[in-house]
Unconditional design. Structure first.
Length: 319
């Protein structure tokens, strides 16, 4: 038996032995990690020439893994949403490994397309699938995470940005254009009025809607992945996130703003949101994303991401 290991958890041999004896009850031919997220670790396991996805959940709460099982079971009962399904092994939908919970899922054939290869036809498929997702009815509303409290996040982010000014040697002022970005962030955050917008938050969002979670096979959308962050909110939050993540990964010789404008027009022809609704999605995405990046500004690549993110924001506001 030849087992290929790549970035498996500590004591990886014990983990493989556990999967063989307690989960699959068959020798494992190969195992590799293909994604590492903030909430889970994901592996491709090959058993008897068949591939599976094994997901380990970091959260040590039984209710969280049970919630995830119910969400995927609900999704797989709807033909309009193409996603992977959970395999119930040993009469259980999940297993325990040390301080983790794990699930085994069907392997999805396909791959995510690079941003520059996404065409209007691909984007149309994505929008249609998202419309189908919006029409789903959830039997257990407790499985959906609550909507982000955006006014609170704005206040928290303002405090974080202000605090960084008191530690100039370790935060944003270490970088070129850091002082300018610091001042600009404070001005824009203080002017954001998302708390005055009375948008319903009864819609269900994917919560992590970007290109890496969309698989294509034979040039067609084959699956939507990673519903762990599914929550209440407003659809423009998901759509804006997808478009911005898409344009940020374009080659340097492509103008990201022109592509953003093109995709936004296409999305608006399908959903017909008002300008205020799109701005709401834009502002809430920027608040959430900036908060995450700002906590890691001791790394130069994080600062560069933040700077490019807000440069795109300024272009969008002019539009």
């Amino acid at each position: 038996m030849c087992v290929y290991l790549l970035k498996l958890p500590a004591e990886s041999k014990k983990f493989i032995a556990f999967l063989e004896t307690d989960v699959f009850h068959q020798p494992i031919e190969s195992a590799r990690q293909f994604a590492h997220g903030s909430a889970s670790e994901n592996f491709v396991i090959t058993v008897n020439h068949k591939r599976y996805i094994v997901k380990l959940i970091h959260r040590e709460q039984k209710s969280e893994i049970e919630r995830l099982v119910r969400i995927y079971d609900s999704l797989t009962q709807n033909d309009a949403i193409r996603t992977t399904s959970i395999i119930h092994l040993n009469q259980s939908a999940y297993f325990t490994y040390h301080h983790h919970f794990g699930i085994v899922m069907e392997y999805c054939n396909g791959r995510s397309l690079p941003s520059y290869k996404i065409t209007k036809r691909h984007f149309g498929e994505i929008l249609y699938t998202y419309k189908c997702f919006q029409k789903l009815r959830w039997h257990n509303s407790q499985d959906i995470l609550p909507a982000y409290r955006i006014p609170e996040k704005i206040n928290n982010l303002i405090q974080i940005v202000q605090k960084s000014a008191r530690t100039p040697n370790t935060f944003i002022f270490r970088f070129f254009n850091g002082a300018f970005l610091h001042k600009t962030l404070l001005n824009f955050l203080s002017q954001m009025k998302v708390d005055n917008l009375d948008f319903a938050t009864s819609s269900v969002l994917h919560g992590d809607f970007h290109n890496n979670n969309l698989l294509f096979q034979n040039d067609k959308l084959s699956a939507v992945l990673d519903f762990e962050e599914i929550r209440y909110g407003y659809p423009t939050q998901d759509l804006i996130r997808y478009i911005i993540c898409l344009v940020q990964r374009l080659p340097v010789f492509i103008n990201p703003f022109s592509v953003f404008k093109e995709w936004l027009i296409l999305a608006d022809t399908s959903f017909h949101f008002s300008t205020d609704e799109w701005i709401y999605g834009l502002d809430t995405y920027y608040v959430i994303r900036t908060e995450k990046l700002f906590r890691k500004l001791n790394k130069k690549n994080k600062f560069n991401r933040l700077l490019k993110l807000w440069q795109l924001y300024f272009s969008i506001l002019q539009y």
